[in-house]
Design a protein around this ligand. Sequence first.
Ligand SMILES: Nc1ncnc2c1ncn2[C@@H]1O[C@H](COP(=O)(O)OP(=O)(O)OP(=O)(O)O)[C@@H](O)[C@H]1O
Length: 355
Amino acid sequence: MEAVSVEARNIELSYGTTKVLRDISLTVLPGEFFALLGPSGSGKSTLLRLIAGFNQHQAGQLLVGGRDVTGVPPWKRNVGMVFQNYALWPHMTVAKNVAFGLEERKLPRDEIRKRVDAALALVGLSEYRDRRPNQLSGGQQQRVALARTIAVEPQVLLLDEPLSNLDAKLRVQMRHELRRLHDQLGITTIFVTHDQEEALTMCDRIAVMDQGVIQQIGTPEELFDRPVNRFVAQFVGSVNLVEGAIRREAGRSVFASALGDRPLPGAMDDREGRVELAFRPHAVIVHDEATANPDALELEGVIETGEFLGEFVRYEIRVGESRIIADQPHLQGSTRIEKGKIVRLSIPRSEIRLI
Ligand SMILES: Nc1ncnc2c1ncn2[C@@H]1O[C@H](COP(=O)(O)OP(=O)(O)OP(=O)(O)O)[C@@H](O)[C@H]1O
């Protein structure tokens, strides 16, 4: 089946007087694996249910495969949704659960058998066809829900937090399985999650949502390296954010903030006035001696805490009136820097963004 695009144009949706989606515009390309990422209440499920046809918008347009589907009921949309709680029939076998939607559609028996077999094989559950849902693990139930949705051969696959009911290890494993399944089917897939790691690891592109507004759309690398605002910088990965003002002084840019007055690395920006400096904890280099590197922001601080996280140590370092988080890789045998020690920090110019 040919993959289709999904396009939202200036969509507005309110429940009563509460605005839940504001001016939503996005295009999911044919065959793309696309995430809607945001905190609880940001409107991502509402948008997904709108694409499925369970919600109606008050303004704007929704197009699937270039066709306006406004007002078209869910069962006529050729869109398949996997719900967070799987919604399997407890009294039916796995095979029956998968066949259910096909029987509803009154497909010939042979066709139903063929599609059920293919869908179960695809999710690796052929041997479990005669079990009931309560005889399966959470991950297996998840796969039945997927098989059931895939069996009806939808043009668009919608996944609402499909991994949130699984334990941590299985969640990571299912990420790979879902991605593999998507790549095999080539089906346009929209995935709702509040877990940034899930979105970054699995998806081609991500729309970050907050309070019913799309904050930024981009590839995982674009969102991580070039967040457009404070919200995206904080939500996608961890970040040091320092508010301050830049002024020109003797041909150099000086950044005045709770860190103190610090010269900025040369040619970083000729902007003046209020800005927010953003840099990732892993971009901070902690050392004993000042380096006077003209291509880095140089700071001095005192170690307040050092948290051992296995691959790295996360230090909280007091700099002036502010605190900086610095993640330092941990190698075999290296010891943690003790509390109270004075250290130098340098942040390479290329790792600093002005927001
Ligand atoms: N049927 C409804 N009636 C009124 N308000 C609703 C309804 N459904 C959702 N809302 C509100 O709409 C907003 C967005 O909800 P939505 O479920 O889309 O968010 P979400 O980002 O998916 O969050 P979560 O991850 O918690 O599901 C919330 O403030 C919620 O309280």
